[in-house]
Design a binder for this molecule. Structure first.
Ligand code: C2E
Ligand code: MG
Ligand code: MG
Ligand code: MG
Length: 288
């Protein structure tokens, strides 16, 4: 009886897996159309400068407007694209879209903004990456220091020698490098010594329970002070409450990003918000 049950649950499990696999294949097929059909877009989430109260930079977050399924979050299709190799085309599209956006912002209230894009490990392995970045900046007539590249620690751990070289070349172009989700995953302080890092992004999981949870507060303060001592910028991700913001200000975190300040939004919306001054005085005044 127990054996039978075991077998049944096994079958149930494999059927579920097959179904998922079919859905994944379908989604990947759809993804190949997405670029051609203009279904991808970048949303921008403001990063609040806590020293000046201004928005100097935004993070570009990819969105897929699927014709039947609606908005598909990146967590659902980026890992898939990494597996299939389609991430290369997507990455190239993201780089171009960000550079073109910077060019389009000339003469608008957004013209001072820097854009941070996300790159995954597979993209870092791509030999053409540095050329793609250089060429896109050149075509759009954009200075490299207007662009920032966010990498998760997992992305450069795999092929450390090669990736170190790539990161050095990107940095030499004048593009800023940020470590995303700092403190989780394979975080190693050795990277801060060996890689030309410009920005640390404290992972949301620490910010979420600041200041309630003592340990998270201690870790957050330690990372902020680490960044200060290294002479690099530090950003808190996932800031959702006034208490968190006050804590970050008290310990002199440079920048804050999260729903309290603003959700990610399309470029046109960001332009309207900045033009109306909605994002320049900081969240105390009831910012978005
Ligand atoms: P990430 O780079 O760590 O981006 C931060 C994520 O947290 C975003 O989710 C953002 O919408 C969300 N977020 C921002 N503020 C808050 C907050 O206050 N509370 C909460 N709960 N969430 C907040 P999103 O846009 O779904 O992106 C998820 C991940 O997908 C990103 O994590 C990044 O790793 C990846 N990703 C996004 N765009 C791209 C891209 O263009 N290329 C690549 N390779 N990966 C991307
Ligand atoms: Mg990021
Ligand atoms: Mg992050
Ligand atoms: Mg993340």
């Amino acid at each position: 009886r127990a054996k039978e049950q075991g077998r049944n649950s096994y079958q149930f499990y494999t059927e579920g897996m097959q179904e998922r696999e079919v859905m994944r294949l379908q989604l990947d097929k759809d993804l190949s159309q997405a670029l051609a059909n203009n279904e991808l877009s970048l949303y921008y989430q403001p990063q609040l400068n806590l020293e000046t109260g201004a928005i100097d930079s935004v993070e570009a977050l990819i969105r897929w407007h699927h014709p039947r399924r609606g908005l598909v979050p990146p967590a659902e299709f980026i890992p898939l694209a990494e597996e299939s190799g389609r991430i290369r085309d997507i990455g190239r599209w993201v780089i171009q879209a960000a550079c073109n956006q910077l060019a389009q912002w000339r003469g608008t209230p957004c013209e001072h903004l820097r854009i941070a894009i996300n790159l995954s490990g597979r993209e870092l392995e791509n030999e053409d990456l540095v050329d793609d970045l250089r060429q896109s900046l050149l075509n759009a007539g954009i200075a490299p220091n207007r662009l920032e590249v966010e990498l998760t620690e997992e992305s450069y751990i795999r092929n450390i020698e090669h990736n170190h070289n790539q990161l050095a070349r990107i940095h030499d172009l004048g593009i800023h490098l940020a470590i995303d989700d700092f403190g989780v995953g394979y975080s190693s302080l050795g990277y801060l010594r060996d890689f030309p890092v410009d920005v640390l992004k404290i992972d949301r999981s620490f910010i979420t329970d600041v200041p309630q949870r003592h340990e998270s507060g201690i870790i957050t303060r330690a990372v902020i002070s680490l960044a200060h001592n290294l002479g690099i910028r530090v950003i808190a991700e996932g800031v959702e409450t006034e208490e968190q913001l006050a804590f970050l200000k008290r310990y002199r975190c440079h920048l804050a990003q999260g729903y309290l300040i603003s959700r990610p939004m399309p470029a046109a919306e960001l332009e309207r918000a900045l033009a109306a001054g909605l994002l320049v005085t900081g969240p105390e005044d009831g910012g978005l």
